[in-house]
Design a protein around this ligand. Structure first.
Ligand code: NAD
Length: 480
Protein backbone atom coordinates (compact mmCIF):
# COMPACT_ATOMS: atom_id res chain seq x y z
CA UNK A 1 0.00 0.00 0.00
CA UNK A 2 1.40 3.38 -0.98
CA UNK A 3 1.40 6.31 1.36
CA UNK A 4 1.96 9.93 0.39
CA UNK A 5 4.86 10.08 2.85
CA UNK A 6 6.92 7.66 0.80
CA UNK A 7 10.07 9.14 -0.69
CA UNK A 8 9.80 9.08 -4.49
CA UNK A 9 12.79 7.80 -6.45
CA UNK A 10 13.15 7.70 -10.25
CA UNK A 11 14.07 4.19 -11.37
CA UNK A 12 15.65 3.37 -14.76
CA UNK A 13 15.76 -0.36 -15.57
CA UNK A 14 18.41 0.13 -18.27
CA UNK A 15 19.58 -2.30 -20.96
CA UNK A 16 21.31 -5.68 -21.13
CA UNK A 17 21.48 -7.11 -17.60
CA UNK A 18 19.89 -3.87 -16.31
CA UNK A 19 16.28 -5.08 -15.91
CA UNK A 20 17.19 -8.32 -14.11
CA UNK A 21 19.62 -6.71 -11.65
CA UNK A 22 17.15 -3.87 -11.05
CA UNK A 23 14.33 -6.35 -10.31
CA UNK A 24 16.64 -8.16 -7.90
CA UNK A 25 17.67 -4.91 -6.19
CA UNK A 26 14.13 -3.54 -5.87
CA UNK A 27 12.91 -6.86 -4.44
CA UNK A 28 15.51 -6.52 -1.66
CA UNK A 29 14.64 -2.86 -0.96
CA UNK A 30 10.94 -3.72 -0.77
CA UNK A 31 11.47 -6.75 1.47
CA UNK A 32 13.63 -4.66 3.81
CA UNK A 33 10.81 -2.13 4.14
CA UNK A 34 12.54 0.83 2.48
CA UNK A 35 9.90 3.54 2.52
CA UNK A 36 10.21 4.39 -1.16
CA UNK A 37 7.92 4.89 -4.13
CA UNK A 38 9.62 3.85 -7.37
CA UNK A 39 8.81 6.09 -10.34
CA UNK A 40 9.77 4.21 -13.53
CA UNK A 41 11.59 6.28 -16.15
CA UNK A 42 12.54 5.40 -19.72
CA UNK A 43 16.13 5.99 -20.78
CA UNK A 44 18.57 4.14 -23.06
CA UNK A 45 18.12 1.82 -26.04
CA UNK A 46 14.33 2.04 -26.38
CA UNK A 47 14.49 5.84 -26.32
CA UNK A 48 17.37 5.98 -28.83
CA UNK A 49 15.26 3.70 -31.06
CA UNK A 50 12.47 6.30 -31.01
CA UNK A 51 14.95 8.77 -32.52
CA UNK A 52 15.72 10.72 -29.32
CA UNK A 53 19.52 11.11 -29.58
CA UNK A 54 19.94 12.02 -25.89
CA UNK A 55 18.43 8.64 -24.90
CA UNK A 56 16.36 10.38 -22.21
CA UNK A 57 12.57 10.59 -22.69
CA UNK A 58 10.66 13.79 -21.85
CA UNK A 59 8.81 12.12 -18.99
CA UNK A 60 12.18 10.93 -17.60
CA UNK A 61 13.50 14.52 -17.45
CA UNK A 62 10.34 15.54 -15.63
CA UNK A 63 10.49 12.64 -13.16
CA UNK A 64 14.18 13.28 -12.36
CA UNK A 65 13.53 16.98 -11.79
CA UNK A 66 10.62 16.08 -9.48
CA UNK A 67 12.22 13.28 -7.46
CA UNK A 68 15.85 14.57 -7.42
CA UNK A 69 17.09 11.01 -6.90
CA UNK A 70 17.70 8.36 -9.56
CA UNK A 71 18.45 4.67 -9.15
CA UNK A 72 19.80 3.65 -12.54
CA UNK A 73 20.68 0.28 -14.03
CA UNK A 74 23.42 0.28 -16.69
CA UNK A 75 22.57 1.54 -20.14
CA UNK A 76 24.14 0.46 -23.42
CA UNK A 77 25.75 3.35 -25.26
CA UNK A 78 25.59 2.59 -28.99
CA UNK A 79 29.03 2.78 -30.64
CA UNK A 80 29.68 5.41 -33.27
CA UNK A 81 28.18 8.84 -33.86
CA UNK A 82 24.62 10.04 -33.90
CA UNK A 83 23.71 9.51 -30.24
CA UNK A 84 25.13 10.73 -26.94
CA UNK A 85 25.77 8.75 -23.75
CA UNK A 86 22.74 8.88 -21.42
CA UNK A 87 25.05 8.60 -18.44
CA UNK A 88 27.09 11.64 -19.39
CA UNK A 89 23.99 13.63 -20.37
CA UNK A 90 22.28 13.08 -17.00
CA UNK A 91 25.49 13.76 -15.06
CA UNK A 92 26.13 17.06 -16.80
CA UNK A 93 22.50 18.22 -17.16
CA UNK A 94 21.94 17.96 -13.40
CA UNK A 95 25.43 19.02 -12.28
CA UNK A 96 26.34 15.64 -10.72
CA UNK A 97 29.92 16.77 -10.23
CA UNK A 98 31.35 14.01 -8.01
CA UNK A 99 31.29 10.34 -8.88
CA UNK A 100 32.01 8.48 -5.66
CA UNK A 101 33.18 4.90 -6.07
CA UNK A 102 34.00 3.04 -2.85
CA UNK A 103 36.12 0.01 -3.55
CA UNK A 104 36.43 -2.78 -1.00
CA UNK A 105 37.69 -6.33 -1.08
CA UNK A 106 35.58 -9.05 0.53
CA UNK A 107 38.43 -11.45 1.16
CA UNK A 108 38.56 -14.38 1.50
CA UNK A 109 34.96 -14.83 0.28
CA UNK A 110 35.61 -13.06 -3.00
CA UNK A 111 39.06 -14.06 -4.26
CA UNK A 112 41.55 -11.22 -4.63
CA UNK A 113 45.30 -10.94 -4.41
CA UNK A 114 44.80 -7.80 -2.29
CA UNK A 115 42.67 -8.60 0.75
CA UNK A 116 43.08 -5.16 2.33
CA UNK A 117 41.61 -2.90 -0.35
CA UNK A 118 39.48 -0.18 1.18
CA UNK A 119 39.65 2.97 -0.88
CA UNK A 120 37.31 5.49 -2.43
CA UNK A 121 37.72 7.02 -5.86
CA UNK A 122 36.18 10.45 -6.29
CA UNK A 123 36.02 11.03 -10.01
CA UNK A 124 35.34 14.46 -11.52
CA UNK A 125 32.13 13.81 -13.38
CA UNK A 126 31.31 16.65 -15.78
CA UNK A 127 34.44 17.85 -17.58
CA UNK A 128 37.55 16.54 -19.31
CA UNK A 129 36.94 14.85 -22.68
CA UNK A 130 33.46 13.76 -21.53
CA UNK A 131 32.02 17.00 -22.90
CA UNK A 132 32.14 14.91 -26.08
CA UNK A 133 33.19 17.94 -28.15
CA UNK A 134 34.73 16.17 -31.12
CA UNK A 135 35.38 17.12 -34.72
CA UNK A 136 36.79 15.69 -37.87
CA UNK A 137 38.94 18.60 -38.93
CA UNK A 138 40.70 17.40 -42.04
CA UNK A 139 41.05 14.29 -44.17
CA UNK A 140 43.62 12.97 -41.69
CA UNK A 141 42.76 14.40 -38.28
CA UNK A 142 40.02 14.15 -35.65
CA UNK A 143 40.08 16.00 -32.35
CA UNK A 144 38.42 15.92 -28.92
CA UNK A 145 38.46 18.91 -26.61
CA UNK A 146 39.64 18.31 -23.07
CA UNK A 147 38.12 20.97 -20.82
CA UNK A 148 39.19 21.39 -17.20
CA UNK A 149 37.82 24.37 -15.29
CA UNK A 150 38.91 25.92 -12.01
CA UNK A 151 35.43 25.86 -10.39
CA UNK A 152 34.79 22.32 -11.68
CA UNK A 153 38.10 21.10 -10.26
CA UNK A 154 37.60 22.95 -7.01
CA UNK A 155 34.12 21.50 -6.39
CA UNK A 156 35.20 17.89 -6.76
CA UNK A 157 38.50 18.33 -4.90
CA UNK A 158 36.75 20.05 -1.98
CA UNK A 159 34.22 17.23 -2.04
CA UNK A 160 37.03 14.65 -1.74
CA UNK A 161 38.52 16.42 1.29
CA UNK A 162 35.11 16.90 2.94
CA UNK A 163 34.38 13.23 2.32
CA UNK A 164 37.71 12.18 3.84
CA UNK A 165 37.11 14.33 6.91
CA UNK A 166 33.52 13.15 7.34
CA UNK A 167 34.41 9.46 7.14
CA UNK A 168 37.67 9.64 9.10
CA UNK A 169 39.90 8.86 6.16
CA UNK A 170 43.43 10.11 6.55
CA UNK A 171 44.72 10.80 3.05
CA UNK A 172 43.58 12.26 -0.28
CA UNK A 173 45.70 11.48 -3.34
CA UNK A 174 45.41 13.36 -6.60
CA UNK A 175 46.14 11.62 -9.94
CA UNK A 176 46.89 13.74 -13.02
CA UNK A 177 49.12 13.73 -16.09
CA UNK A 178 50.41 17.26 -15.56
CA UNK A 179 53.93 16.44 -16.71
CA UNK A 180 52.39 16.43 -20.21
CA UNK A 181 49.09 18.31 -19.86
CA UNK A 182 50.54 21.33 -18.11
CA UNK A 183 47.57 23.64 -18.55
CA UNK A 184 44.57 21.33 -18.04
CA UNK A 185 45.82 18.68 -15.61
CA UNK A 186 48.22 21.34 -14.30
CA UNK A 187 45.19 23.40 -13.22
CA UNK A 188 43.59 20.39 -11.49
CA UNK A 189 46.85 19.72 -9.61
CA UNK A 190 47.26 23.37 -8.69
CA UNK A 191 43.72 23.58 -7.31
CA UNK A 192 44.40 20.35 -5.40
CA UNK A 193 47.44 21.98 -3.77
CA UNK A 194 45.44 25.08 -2.86
CA UNK A 195 42.46 23.18 -1.42
CA UNK A 196 44.62 20.65 0.44
CA UNK A 197 46.27 23.52 2.33
CA UNK A 198 42.86 24.17 3.94
CA UNK A 199 42.74 20.61 5.32
CA UNK A 200 45.90 20.24 7.44
CA UNK A 201 44.31 17.28 9.26
CA UNK A 202 44.25 15.25 6.01
CA UNK A 203 47.42 14.05 4.30
CA UNK A 204 47.63 15.05 0.64
CA UNK A 205 49.82 13.73 -2.13
CA UNK A 206 49.94 13.64 -5.93
CA UNK A 207 50.90 10.94 -8.40
CA UNK A 208 51.32 11.05 -12.14
CA UNK A 209 48.42 8.89 -13.27
CA UNK A 210 50.49 6.25 -15.09
CA UNK A 211 52.73 5.29 -12.18
CA UNK A 212 49.85 5.97 -9.77
CA UNK A 213 47.68 3.42 -11.59
CA UNK A 214 50.55 0.93 -11.63
CA UNK A 215 50.92 1.37 -7.86
CA UNK A 216 47.16 1.11 -7.40
CA UNK A 217 47.20 -2.23 -9.22
CA UNK A 218 50.26 -3.41 -7.27
CA UNK A 219 49.99 -1.86 -3.79
CA UNK A 220 46.42 -0.57 -3.36
CA UNK A 221 46.87 -0.16 0.40
CA UNK A 222 48.96 2.96 -0.40
CA UNK A 223 45.72 4.77 -1.20
CA UNK A 224 42.75 5.97 0.80
CA UNK A 225 40.74 8.57 -1.13
CA UNK A 226 41.77 9.29 -4.73
CA UNK A 227 40.52 12.37 -6.57
CA UNK A 228 41.13 12.62 -10.30
CA UNK A 229 39.83 14.05 -13.57
CA UNK A 230 37.01 12.25 -15.34
CA UNK A 231 38.77 9.93 -17.81
CA UNK A 232 41.44 8.68 -15.40
CA UNK A 233 38.77 8.17 -12.74
CA UNK A 234 36.66 6.13 -15.14
CA UNK A 235 39.59 3.85 -15.92
CA UNK A 236 41.15 3.47 -12.49
CA UNK A 237 37.86 2.76 -10.74
CA UNK A 238 37.33 -0.29 -12.97
CA UNK A 239 40.93 -1.35 -12.27
CA UNK A 240 40.40 -0.93 -8.53
CA UNK A 241 37.04 -2.74 -8.52
CA UNK A 242 38.40 -5.63 -10.56
CA UNK A 243 41.49 -6.19 -8.42
CA UNK A 244 39.28 -5.99 -5.33
CA UNK A 245 37.32 -8.96 -6.66
CA UNK A 246 34.85 -8.11 -9.43
CA UNK A 247 33.43 -5.12 -11.28
CA UNK A 248 30.10 -6.72 -10.43
CA UNK A 249 30.46 -5.82 -6.73
CA UNK A 250 30.97 -2.05 -6.72
CA UNK A 251 28.34 0.69 -6.55
CA UNK A 252 28.68 4.31 -7.48
CA UNK A 253 27.06 7.59 -6.50
CA UNK A 254 26.87 10.61 -8.79
CA UNK A 255 26.45 13.48 -6.38
CA UNK A 256 25.15 16.95 -7.22
CA UNK A 257 23.95 19.87 -5.14
CA UNK A 258 20.29 19.11 -5.94
CA UNK A 259 20.04 15.79 -7.79
CA UNK A 260 21.98 12.57 -7.19
CA UNK A 261 22.10 9.34 -9.17
CA UNK A 262 23.06 5.90 -7.88
CA UNK A 263 24.20 2.99 -10.00
CA UNK A 264 26.62 0.06 -10.39
CA UNK A 265 30.04 0.89 -11.78
CA UNK A 266 29.80 -1.80 -14.45
CA UNK A 267 28.05 -1.65 -17.81
CA UNK A 268 25.09 -3.47 -19.34
CA UNK A 269 27.09 -6.69 -19.98
CA UNK A 270 25.08 -7.64 -23.07
CA UNK A 271 26.95 -10.96 -23.33
CA UNK A 272 25.23 -12.34 -20.22
CA UNK A 273 21.90 -10.46 -20.47
CA UNK A 274 18.67 -12.34 -19.86
CA UNK A 275 20.41 -15.42 -18.46
CA UNK A 276 19.81 -14.85 -14.74
CA UNK A 277 23.57 -15.06 -14.10
CA UNK A 278 24.53 -11.38 -13.50
CA UNK A 279 25.59 -10.26 -10.05
CA UNK A 280 23.15 -7.63 -8.74
CA UNK A 281 25.56 -6.58 -5.96
CA UNK A 282 26.98 -3.48 -7.70
CA UNK A 283 23.52 -1.99 -8.22
CA UNK A 284 22.49 -3.04 -4.69
CA UNK A 285 25.56 -1.23 -3.33
CA UNK A 286 24.49 1.84 -5.33
CA UNK A 287 20.99 1.51 -3.81
CA UNK A 288 22.47 1.23 -0.29
CA UNK A 289 24.40 4.47 -0.90
CA UNK A 290 21.11 6.02 -2.05
CA UNK A 291 19.34 4.98 1.16
CA UNK A 292 22.07 6.58 3.27
CA UNK A 293 21.87 9.68 1.10
CA UNK A 294 18.11 9.84 1.75
CA UNK A 295 18.70 9.64 5.49
CA UNK A 296 17.45 6.04 5.65
CA UNK A 297 20.51 4.72 7.48
CA UNK A 298 18.81 1.93 9.48
CA UNK A 299 17.29 0.22 6.44
CA UNK A 300 20.54 0.76 4.47
CA UNK A 301 22.54 -0.97 7.23
CA UNK A 302 20.00 -3.78 7.50
CA UNK A 303 20.34 -4.51 3.78
CA UNK A 304 24.12 -4.17 3.81
CA UNK A 305 24.35 -6.55 6.77
CA UNK A 306 22.19 -9.15 5.01
CA UNK A 307 24.26 -8.76 1.84
CA UNK A 308 27.59 -9.12 3.71
CA UNK A 309 26.20 -12.13 5.53
CA UNK A 310 25.21 -13.66 2.18
CA UNK A 311 28.67 -13.04 0.73
CA UNK A 312 30.46 -14.54 3.74
CA UNK A 313 28.11 -17.52 3.77
CA UNK A 314 29.45 -18.33 0.30
CA UNK A 315 26.23 -17.93 -1.70
CA UNK A 316 27.71 -16.42 -4.85
CA UNK A 317 26.89 -15.56 -8.45
CA UNK A 318 29.12 -16.97 -11.19
CA UNK A 319 31.44 -13.93 -11.49
CA UNK A 320 32.77 -14.38 -7.93
CA UNK A 321 32.15 -18.11 -7.46
CA UNK A 322 35.13 -20.31 -6.64
CA UNK A 323 35.33 -23.84 -5.34
CA UNK A 324 37.28 -22.92 -2.19
CA UNK A 325 35.23 -20.12 -0.62
CA UNK A 326 31.84 -20.42 -2.25
CA UNK A 327 29.24 -22.82 -0.93
CA UNK A 328 26.51 -22.38 -3.51
CA UNK A 329 26.36 -21.06 -7.07
CA UNK A 330 23.19 -19.05 -7.59
CA UNK A 331 21.56 -16.94 -10.29
CA UNK A 332 20.55 -13.28 -10.03
CA UNK A 333 17.06 -13.96 -8.65
CA UNK A 334 18.22 -16.61 -6.21
CA UNK A 335 20.98 -14.35 -4.91
CA UNK A 336 18.42 -11.61 -4.24
CA UNK A 337 16.14 -14.17 -2.58
CA UNK A 338 18.99 -15.25 -0.29
CA UNK A 339 19.73 -11.64 0.71
CA UNK A 340 16.01 -11.20 1.51
CA UNK A 341 16.03 -14.41 3.59
CA UNK A 342 19.10 -13.09 5.43
CA UNK A 343 17.54 -9.75 6.40
CA UNK A 344 18.03 -9.42 10.14
CA UNK A 345 21.36 -11.31 10.06
CA UNK A 346 24.65 -9.55 10.77
CA UNK A 347 28.00 -10.41 9.22
CA UNK A 348 30.60 -12.03 11.46
CA UNK A 349 33.74 -12.26 9.34
CA UNK A 350 33.00 -9.15 7.28
CA UNK A 351 31.86 -7.07 10.23
CA UNK A 352 34.66 -4.58 9.46
CA UNK A 353 32.84 -3.76 6.22
CA UNK A 354 29.81 -2.35 8.01
CA UNK A 355 31.18 1.16 8.30
CA UNK A 356 29.24 3.22 5.82
CA UNK A 357 31.03 5.06 3.05
CA UNK A 358 27.89 6.72 1.84
CA UNK A 359 28.05 9.94 -0.10
CA UNK A 360 26.82 13.15 1.40
CA UNK A 361 25.90 16.24 -0.56
CA UNK A 362 28.50 18.43 1.16
CA UNK A 363 28.39 22.12 0.46
CA UNK A 364 31.34 22.73 -1.83
CA UNK A 365 30.89 26.21 -3.21
CA UNK A 366 34.09 27.38 -4.93
CA UNK A 367 35.90 30.14 -3.03
CA UNK A 368 35.68 33.75 -4.18
CA UNK A 369 38.78 34.82 -6.10
CA UNK A 370 40.32 37.75 -7.92
CA UNK A 371 40.06 37.44 -11.71
CA UNK A 372 43.47 37.98 -13.32
CA UNK A 373 43.93 40.63 -15.97
CA UNK A 374 43.38 38.97 -19.33
CA UNK A 375 45.12 40.28 -22.46
CA UNK A 376 44.77 39.08 -26.05
CA UNK A 377 48.21 38.51 -27.57
CA UNK A 378 47.68 36.42 -30.70
CA UNK A 379 46.15 33.27 -32.12
CA UNK A 380 46.79 29.71 -33.17
CA UNK A 381 45.20 29.13 -36.59
CA UNK A 382 44.80 25.54 -37.84
CA UNK A 383 44.89 24.76 -41.55
CA UNK A 384 44.53 21.66 -43.70
CA UNK A 385 47.69 21.45 -45.82
CA UNK A 386 49.16 18.51 -47.73
CA UNK A 387 52.49 19.99 -48.87
CA UNK A 388 55.61 20.69 -46.79
CA UNK A 389 55.70 23.00 -43.74
CA UNK A 390 58.18 25.24 -45.59
CA UNK A 391 55.70 25.70 -48.45
CA UNK A 392 52.97 26.49 -45.91
CA UNK A 393 55.24 29.07 -44.25
CA UNK A 394 55.98 30.61 -47.63
CA UNK A 395 52.28 30.94 -48.36
CA UNK A 396 51.50 32.40 -44.93
CA UNK A 397 54.40 34.85 -45.16
CA UNK A 398 53.16 36.03 -48.54
CA UNK A 399 50.12 37.46 -46.68
CA UNK A 400 50.27 40.85 -44.92
CA UNK A 401 50.64 39.73 -41.26
CA UNK A 402 51.12 43.08 -39.52
CA UNK A 403 50.67 43.55 -36.48
CA UNK A 404 51.37 39.81 -36.06
CA UNK A 405 54.45 37.67 -36.51
CA UNK A 406 54.45 34.02 -37.48
CA UNK A 407 56.42 32.48 -34.60
CA UNK A 408 55.87 28.79 -35.11
CA UNK A 409 54.19 26.13 -37.21
CA UNK A 410 53.50 22.76 -35.61
CA UNK A 411 52.15 19.44 -36.79
CA UNK A 412 50.35 17.34 -34.15
CA UNK A 413 51.97 19.59 -31.53
CA UNK A 414 55.55 19.16 -32.79
CA UNK A 415 57.18 22.38 -34.00
CA UNK A 416 58.13 22.02 -37.69
CA UNK A 417 58.86 25.66 -38.53
CA UNK A 418 61.18 27.58 -38.41
CA UNK A 419 63.20 24.38 -37.85
CA UNK A 420 62.26 20.74 -38.11
CA UNK A 421 63.66 17.26 -37.98
CA UNK A 422 63.40 15.52 -41.34
CA UNK A 423 62.17 12.39 -39.52
CA UNK A 424 59.05 14.08 -38.06
CA UNK A 425 55.96 12.37 -39.43
CA UNK A 426 53.51 14.84 -40.92
CA UNK A 427 49.73 14.74 -41.29
CA UNK A 428 47.51 17.22 -43.08
CA UNK A 429 46.66 19.52 -40.13
CA UNK A 430 49.04 22.37 -39.23
CA UNK A 431 48.89 24.97 -36.51
CA UNK A 432 50.35 28.40 -37.23
CA UNK A 433 51.06 30.53 -34.17
CA UNK A 434 50.76 34.29 -34.61
CA UNK A 435 51.80 36.65 -31.82
CA UNK A 436 51.61 40.42 -31.74
CA UNK A 437 54.28 42.37 -29.80
CA UNK A 438 51.91 45.36 -29.43
CA UNK A 439 48.36 45.33 -27.95
CA UNK A 440 45.75 43.96 -30.37
CA UNK A 441 41.97 43.65 -30.58
CA UNK A 442 39.79 40.74 -31.68
CA UNK A 443 39.13 42.62 -34.91
CA UNK A 444 42.85 42.29 -35.75
CA UNK A 445 42.54 38.50 -35.51
CA UNK A 446 39.44 38.47 -37.68
CA UNK A 447 41.04 40.61 -40.31
CA UNK A 448 44.22 38.46 -40.38
CA UNK A 449 42.07 35.35 -40.71
CA UNK A 450 40.26 37.01 -43.61
CA UNK A 451 43.58 37.68 -45.38
CA UNK A 452 44.84 34.11 -44.76
CA UNK A 453 41.62 32.55 -46.05
CA UNK A 454 41.65 35.02 -48.94
CA UNK A 455 45.06 33.67 -49.98
CA UNK A 456 43.49 30.24 -50.45
CA UNK A 457 44.39 28.59 -47.13
CA UNK A 458 41.89 26.03 -45.81
CA UNK A 459 41.12 27.28 -42.28
CA UNK A 460 39.99 24.60 -39.80
CA UNK A 461 39.76 26.63 -36.60
CA UNK A 462 41.44 29.29 -34.52
CA UNK A 463 42.21 29.63 -30.83
CA UNK A 464 42.81 33.02 -29.23
CA UNK A 465 46.06 33.31 -27.27
CA UNK A 466 45.82 35.22 -23.99
CA UNK A 467 48.03 36.28 -21.14
CA UNK A 468 46.68 36.26 -17.58
CA UNK A 469 48.51 38.76 -15.35
CA UNK A 470 51.30 38.54 -17.91
CA UNK A 471 51.60 34.72 -17.84
CA UNK A 472 50.95 32.97 -21.16
CA UNK A 473 47.68 31.01 -21.19
CA UNK A 474 48.93 28.56 -23.80
CA UNK A 475 51.53 25.81 -24.05
CA UNK A 476 54.67 25.85 -26.17
CA UNK A 477 54.94 23.62 -29.23
CA UNK A 478 57.04 20.46 -28.67
CA UNK A 479 60.59 21.42 -29.57
CA UNK A 480 59.67 25.14 -29.86
P1 NAD B 1 30.58 -4.20 -18.79
O1 NAD B 1 30.86 -3.63 -17.44
O2 NAD B 1 29.16 -4.25 -19.23
O3 NAD B 1 31.18 -5.69 -18.85
C1 NAD B 1 32.56 -5.98 -18.64
C2 NAD B 1 32.73 -7.44 -18.21
O4 NAD B 1 32.26 -7.61 -16.88
C3 NAD B 1 31.92 -8.42 -19.06
O5 NAD B 1 32.63 -9.64 -19.15
C4 NAD B 1 30.67 -8.61 -18.23
O6 NAD B 1 30.02 -9.84 -18.49
C5 NAD B 1 31.20 -8.54 -16.80
N1 NAD B 1 30.20 -7.99 -15.89
C6 NAD B 1 29.81 -6.70 -15.80
N2 NAD B 1 28.87 -6.56 -14.87
C7 NAD B 1 28.64 -7.79 -14.36
C8 NAD B 1 27.75 -8.27 -13.36
N3 NAD B 1 26.91 -7.46 -12.71
N4 NAD B 1 27.76 -9.60 -13.10
C9 NAD B 1 28.60 -10.42 -13.74
N5 NAD B 1 29.48 -10.03 -14.69
C10 NAD B 1 29.48 -8.71 -15.00
O7 NAD B 1 31.46 -3.38 -19.83
P2 NAD B 1 31.39 -3.29 -21.41
O8 NAD B 1 31.14 -4.65 -22.00
O9 NAD B 1 32.59 -2.55 -21.81
O10 NAD B 1 30.15 -2.35 -21.70
C11 NAD B 1 28.86 -2.81 -22.14
C12 NAD B 1 27.96 -1.60 -22.37
O11 NAD B 1 27.70 -0.95 -21.12
C13 NAD B 1 28.54 -0.53 -23.30
O12 NAD B 1 27.51 -0.08 -24.16
C14 NAD B 1 28.95 0.59 -22.36
O13 NAD B 1 28.89 1.85 -22.98
C15 NAD B 1 27.90 0.45 -21.28
N6 NAD B 1 28.30 1.00 -19.98
C16 NAD B 1 27.34 1.61 -19.26
C17 NAD B 1 27.65 2.10 -18.01
C18 NAD B 1 26.55 2.77 -17.22
O14 NAD B 1 25.39 2.69 -17.59
N7 NAD B 1 26.88 3.46 -16.14
C19 NAD B 1 28.93 1.96 -17.47
C20 NAD B 1 29.90 1.28 -18.22
C21 NAD B 1 29.58 0.80 -19.48
Amino acid sequence: MESSARRRVAVARGDGIGPEIMDATLSILEAAGADLEFVPIRIGSAVYAEGTTSGVSDDAWQAISDTKVILKAPVTTPQGGGVKSVNVTIRTAYGLFANVRPCLSYSPYVPTRYPGINLVIVRENEEDVYGGIEHRQSHDVTQALKLISRPGSERVIRYAFEYARHFGRSKVTCFTKDNILKMTDGLFHQVFNEVSAEYPDIQADHWIVDIGTARLADTPELFDVIVTPNLYGDIISDVAAEIAGSVGMAGSANVGAEVSMFEAIHGSAPGIAGQNVANPSGLLQGAIQMLYHLGMGPVASRINDAWLYTIESGVHTADVFDTVHSTKLVGTREFAGTVVANLGQAPRKLAGHRTSTNPVAFSVTPAARRLEEKRLTGMDAFFEWRDTPEELAQMVLSVELDPFELVMISNRGQAVYPNRHPETFLVDQYRCRFLAPAPIRHEDLVSLLGRLVGSGLDLLKMEGLFEFDGAPGYSLGQGE
